[in-house]
Design a protein around this ligand. Structure first.
Ligand SMILES: Cc1cc2nc3c(=O)[nH]c(=O)nc-3n(C[C@H](O)[C@H](O)[C@H](O)COP(=O)(O)OP(=O)(O)OC[C@H]3O[C@@H](n4cnc5c(N)ncnc54)[C@H](O)[C@@H]3O)c2cc1C
Length: 396
């Protein structure tokens, strides 16, 4: 594939850059740059600005309200947003359930849900994992019993990211306890306001509230909210996971963090010279940069294949493993570069007039390092991704 930007690509890049620079509220970029815990409204504001411009769903075909962009355009868009420190697009609607709905949904489901994802009227969350059913997802026990035109859903989901913001949850449930584990699962769209749903926060190691437990106690869900056939939910769930793992690679975000790492290492001193000139540290930075470059090309190849009509296969596992490890390495190196300035676990509260304990660029870096421990777990742990590669690619 040719990675030289054409004149048309450069014009597109300038258009995206102009828009992002002129539209992204500076305080939002600043909060994101400092790894502050963003509020729901922060994400919604940025998404709606993009959607007004027609860019709310960079990965969707035009017929469903997406941009219809090719891989190079998507790559340029991601790059420009990362360079500007824009908040990430919330993946649950746009990257995860949206493509499931337009690929497998009924006309009524498409007509109802897709516009609401685009306008962010509905915030979605992912109800897959359960206590005891994470890696072994097919063992999930949340059950949906048939009751006329409805299901009655009872169970316990865990690690449900941003369920406390969510209007809707796409949820894996067991509709047939007698069938083989993968064959008894269905994929439901559940309104989070339905009686019987309780969301309980889990505070993570970075002191943030991103994940939750969700309890479902006799929750009535119309059968019209089931995607595809009863018992075939595993097929739609796997389709979604392929897309999820590709987005988790976060190449553009890592590139921006690498630029920041170099800025920090240039400013910090080690034995009378800039840390970036220290051969041992420079070696570590160069090594992660090479890994990231290789990942970027692999990501582009996968995007190109996807656009050519090939589904995302086990390559998604490769992207997930390398992408998550690189994110962890960069956040570790940032803390190493900051030395003792990385040690204070401080988030200056908004509006605070307390003097920060270290340089401005040290703010939020420890939280970012701690939160990134999760990247090798979520979206399916890296050990599980290695098992997939061993089986599907190496035939072991
Ligand atoms: C920050 C965060 C956000 C998340 N968000 C969501 C969400 O929004 N929705 C959702 O549904 N889930 C979410 N998850 C859950 C995530 O998908 C699971 O944590 C993950 O799949 C691992 O499952 P588990 O936690 O049950 O660990 P387990 O499956 O119990 O695994 C424990 C350890 O054993 C290893 N292991 C297990 N089986 C094997 C095997 N066969 N071979 C080799 N090693 C193995 C694992 O790699 C892991 O290291 C989130 C998790 C985190 C940390």
């Amino acid at each position: 594939m040719n990675l030289e930007l054409s004149d048309a690509d450069r014009a597109f890049q300038a258009e995206v850059r102009d828009f992002v620079r002129s539209s992204l509220p500076p305080e939002l970029a600043e909060r994101n740059r400092r790894h502050m815990h963003l509020a729901k409204q922060d994400y919604v504001t940025w998404h709606r600005l993009l959607n007004k411009r027609g860019w709310g769903a960079p990965n969707w075909p035009k017929e469903f309200g997406g941009t219809g962009w090719n891989p190079v355009q998507r790559y340029i868009f991601d790059e420009e947003c990362a360079i500007a420190d824009a908040p990430p697009l919330v993946p649950f609607g746009i990257s995860m359930v949206g493509p499931v709905i337009y690929t497998f949904g009924t006309p009524a489901q498409k007509a109802h849900y897709l516009p609401r994802i685009l306008s962010m009227e509905d915030w979605w969350c992912q109800g897959y994992s359960e206590p005891g059913s994470g890696s072994d997802l097919a063992s999930l026990r949340t059950r949906a019993e048939s009751d006329g035109d409805d299901y009655i859903v009872t169970g316990h989901k865990i690690w449900t990211t941003q369920a406390h913001f969510a209007d809707m949850m796409f949820c894996l449930v067991r509709t047939d306890a007698q069938a083989k584990p993968q064959e008894g699962i269905s994929f439901l769209l559940i309104d989070m306001k339905t009686p019987g749903i309780t969301v309980r926060p889990i505070i993570s190691i970075d002191e943030g509230h991103g994940v939750n437990e969700v309890f479902l106690d006799g929750v009535r869900v119309p059968k019209a909210n089931r995607i595809g056939q009863e018992g075939k939910g595993w097929t739609y769930a796997k389709f979604l996971l392929g897309n999820e793992r590709t987005t988790i690679a976060e190449v553009s975000t890592s590139k921006q963090r690498l630029r920041r790492l170099k800025t920090i290492a240039r400013a910090e001193m080690a034995q009378g010279a800039s840390l970036l000139e220290d051969p041992a540290f420079r070696d570590k930075v160069a090594s992660v940069e090479i890994e990231l470059l290789a990942l970027e090309y692999t990501n582009l190849r996968v995007l190109a294949a996807e656009t050519a009509g090939k589904g995302v296969g086990p390559e998604a596992s490769m992207l997930k493993i390398r992408g998550s490890e690189i994110q962890q390495t960069i956040t570790e190196l940032v803390c190493e570069a900051l030395g003792y300035y990385a040690a204070p676990f401080e988030h200056a509260p908004e509006g605070s007039n307390l003097a920060p304990l270290g340089p401005d660029y040290a703010q939020g870096r420890m939280e970012s390092f701690l939160y990134n421990r999760a990247t090798t777990i979520y979206g399916g742990s890296n050990e599980i991704q290695r098992n997939i590669i061993a089986k599907m690619v190496l035939g072991l």
